[in-house]
Design a protein around this ligand. Structure first.
Ligand code: NAD
Length: 355
């Protein structure tokens, strides 16, 4: 039986995960798959209970499972803790512990939401971008790191590190995905000032020799940030190091209306962790107003990428599209003339469409 490790996490994590699990159970019954679930606590709640944001048992469960499904971690309650035990370390520990080096973040516009973007209709209509973000290297993991005493004050250090194999394997993922789309990859770096990303550009260019049917361009990250709002439709697949991809994919999410709409997959082959790209949203946690669509679409990505069921993934996407067409909106994507619904109501509407 396919096994899913569930880590609902903190803040709105449990609220949106509950809706996504309900959707998955409907798909499960329809396709008679027989999914089994195991709880794998991580994040702030896990720290409170076990004294660590990633108990070793949770990592073991995640390793044994076919896929991991995560809500979100973190919140103000844990902000004063040492970095080594902050909730976000739990998430990073899962990513590195499972060697999930390839983060796939699609930013696709659902037609009824074209008015929800802060950008003009003609710039965002039909947007369909995939950010392929390297996930287990870069400044998040590089050493030395930390804050130390320095000349009567303090000095903070983080280190950007990439090796040739790390760059090559993520470049291959981007080129393979581009082959199935419009055969265009834009690789993002800061090769004009950061040696580490000069290496990035060199290795991406070398790897491209095996993918001559795909068009490769390079762009500095500051220009990419500007181009994403100036003319987002020029992009199809964006290949990025960890830090730049973190920032650019949040920016891309706003093109589509709300950060509450974007799913993600973090992969190493078929093994994957699936999660909405948003955080634990402490400002709206417990109010029942979070948008569960990013989480529900993440279940769709899981069905497709780990379990090979593209049909079910499209059914979920289509159900979301129909609910939006009918004018139902959570608060983050609400506009005048549409019907505002809660987190659970949105989940129920999507399930009704699926059925
Ligand atoms: P956030 O994504 O949690 O929230 C940013 C803004 O978007 C907030 O105004 C929030 O209300 C809104 N928002 C986010 N998701 C939404 C949804 N589904 N529906 C409606 N509105 C939504 O980012 P933040 O405020 O920078 O971070 C809050 C906490 O989450 C921090 O502790 C941070 O470290 C953590 N975080 C966790 C993850 C993760 O678990 N993958 C990712 C990012 C941030």
């Amino acid at each position: 039986m396919p096994l899913i490790a569930l880590c609902a996490g903190d803040g709105i994590g449990p609220e949106v995960t509950a809706e996504a699990v309900k959707v998955l159970k409907v798909v499960d019954a329809k396709y008679k798959i027989g999914f089994e679930f195991v709880e794998a606590p991580a994040g702030g709640g896990a720290y409170d209970k076990f004294g660590t944001p990633l108990p070793p048992e949770s990592l073991e469960k995640a390793k044994k499972a076919d896929a991991v499904f995560l809500g979100a971690v973190g919140g103000p309650k844990w902000e004063g803790l040492d970095y080594s035990v902050r909730p976000e370390r739990g998430l990073l520990g899962l990513r590195s512990g499972l060697d999930l080096f390839a983060n796939i973040r699609p930013a696709k516009m659902f037609a009824p939401l074209v008015g929800a973007s802060t950008l003009k209709r003609e710039y965002v209509e039909g947007i369909d971008i995939i950010v392929i973000r390297e996930l287990t290297g870069d400044i998040y993991f590089g050493k030395p790191r930390g804050v130390e005493k320095y000349e009567g004050g303090k000095r903070g250090v983080n280190t950007m590190v990439y090796t040739t194999p790390e760059i090559e394997r993520i470049a291959r993922v981007a080129f393979e995905i581009a082959r199935k789309r419009s055969k265009k990859v834009c690789s993002v770096d800061k090769a004009n000032v950061l040696e580490c990303t000069e290496l990035w550009r060199e290795v991406v260019t070398q790897t491209h020799e095996d993918y001559q049917d795909v068009q490769l361009s390079h762009m500095y990250v500051d220009n990419a940030a500007m181009q994403l709002v100036r003319n987002p439709k020029q992009f199809d697949v964006m290949l990025t190091p960890n830090l730049f991809g973190d920032i650019l994919s949040d920016e891309a999410s706003m093109l589509t209306g709300s950060i509450g709409m974007l799913p993600s997959a973090s992969l190493n082959g078929k093994k994957g962790m699936y999660e909405p790209i948003h955080g634990s949203a402490p400002d709206i946690a417990g109010k029942g107003i979070a948008n569960p669509i990013a989480s529900i679409l993440s279940m769709g990505m899981m069905l497709e990428l780990t379990f090979g069921n593209s049909k079910a993934a499209r059914e979920i996407e289509n159900a979301v599209g129909r609910v939006l067409e009918k004018g139902f909106r959570t608060a983050d994507i609400y506009s005048e003339g549409t019907a505002k619904v809660t987190t659970t109501q949105m989940g129920e509407l999507i399930i009704k469409e699926l059925a």
